[in-house]
Ligand binder design. Structure first.
Ligand code: ATP
Length: 412
């Protein structure tokens, strides 16, 4: 089987490492890939959908797995389908559940999916008017994709007005911000649940805790994710029951009612409050760095799981009764200004963990940093502490200039 994986992060490295073990996988291509993926397959450099389609036809690709959201939102599945190319992921319409926060909020409201109260605005004046008489904090979201930067938690009216101006008038995120979702602020802890879809039913994985803030103790700016832990120790059986009843079940109903059947991944970004579990967002693809810990614990053969979903069969997901911790090592300055191109050393000294490159590429016989999140160190153990110790011990010898990571991933 010939597989094309689109993306270049630690998520794609984790998926690739799992699939690589399968003897049925004869060749893997990665667009654009990284220093892990080029060790087990072929990195190709392209991002245009038509170029990817032509490549998949020419190389007789049997299955394409899409890591990031942008190609799905741009209609990759629709274009591939015209040529009978199989893609594990939704079409453009269904990907709008991630690509448009206004669209997904309407879906959640229509199908009684527990979510924060929100109003959608297309008019600058109406949005400005709305925030005048409101309790703060208030959450203002650009409806379109803004690379994870389009959500602002505003503590004051002045901040809210400035944000609306930035999004709608200055258009700092282009068209992504011309429509806004303004919603109530929820207090609680976050959890991520990734579910596989076979076109009919959704099969959730164990809950994951993702560390979004750059600094220890959840301080500093938001990032793409500084680490992850599975299963989330905070998300209890009671939270799971609440999620299944008030979010998962009505989502399945909504998908059916709208004709949004798809084979792929749906990711639930949750906020657990004193009043229960709320859905913040859907992502229509694997999460990063959630995937890294899920793959470390998943007992199923990933190719079987994907094939069964593609064929509309039911699956039974099984995870080791262990804990997994993923530490993300970053470039100095991340998530703001970063410098790239520093040589990474010490990977051969990693003893108890899996090292997955993310923003790192091979240059001659060296591996150099090439992104904000450079590499992941992943380990499992019978306790969080055991997994955590392995990860932090293995992180010490892995070095590149100005690198940093959080010290408190998996510390409870
Ligand atoms: P991501 O970068 O994870 O894809 P996103 O930009 O698509 O995120 P959301 O997930 O909706 O947007 O929001 C980003 C973050 O903002 C959330 O992870 C959460 O920390 C915070 N957030 C969003 N909505 C709320 C809310 N209603 N109350 C409190 N915090 C919120």
């Amino acid at each position: 089987m010939r597989i094309l994986i689109i993306g270049e992060g630690g998520r794609e490295s984790a998926l690739a490492a799992k699939l690589h073990k399968d003897v049925r996988v004869t060749k893997m291509f990665f667009a654009n890939g990284n220093a892990s993926t080029d060790a087990i397959g072929q990195n190709v450099h392209m991002s245009d959908i038509k170029e990817l389609r032509d490549f998949a036809i020419k190389e007789k690709v049997d299955l394409t797995i899409v890591g990031p959201e942008a190609p799905l939102v741009a209609g990759l599945k629709d274009e591939f389908k015209k040529h009978n190319l199989k893609v594990f992921g939704p079409n453009q319409k269904v990907a709008s559940l991630e690509g448009s926060k206004a669209f997904s909020k309407k879906f959640m409201q229509t199908y009684d999916i527990k979510t924060a109260k929100a109003v959608v605005f297309d008019s600058y004046n109406e949005a400005k008017q709305y925030v005048q008489n409101h309790d703060y904090p208030l959450v203002i979201k650009a409806s379109g994709l803004a690379g994870g930067k389009g959500v602002v938690i505003c503590d004051t009216l002045e901040e809210a007005e400035a944000t609306i101006h930035d999004f709608m008038i200055r258009r700092i995120y282009g068209d992504a911000g011309i429509r806004l979702v303004i919603e109530e602020y929820l207090v609680g802890f976050e959890a991520s649940i990734i579910a596989f879809s076979n076109g009919e039913k959704l099969f959730p994985c164990i809950p994951v805790k993702d560390y979004k803030k750059a600094g220890n103790g959840d301080k500093g700016p938001n990032t793409g994710g500084m680490g992850s832990v599975a299963p989330s120790p905070e998300f209890t059986a009671q939270h799971s029951a609440d999620f299944e009843q008030n979010i998962l079940a009505p989502t399945i109903t909504g998908l059916k009612a709208e004709g949004f059947s798809f084979k792929g991944i749906i990711f639930f970004g949750l906020m657990v409050t004193k009043k229960g579990t709320y859905l913040l967002e859907y992502n229509m693809r694997f999460g990063d760095p959630e995937t890294q810990v899920l793959m470390a614990l998943m007992e199923n053969n990933l190719l079987d799981v994907i094939n069964d979903c593609m064929n509309g069969k039911d699956i039974e997901l099984k995870f080791k009764d262990e804990k997994a911790v993923c530490l993300v090592m970053c470039s100095g300055g991340y998530p703001r200004n970063i410098e790239l191109g520093f040589e990474i050393v010490g990977e051969d000294k990693v003893k108890h963990s899996q090292l997955l490159y993310a923003g790192a590429v091979r240059k001659g016989n060296k591996v150099v940093s090439n992104g904000g999140r450079v590499l992941n160190i992943v380990a499992t153990g019978t306790t969080y502490d055991e997994a955590r110790k392995k990860v932090y011990e293995d992180a010490v010898p892995v070095q590149f200039d100005y690198s940093f990571y959080r010290e408190d991933i998996g510390k409870f």
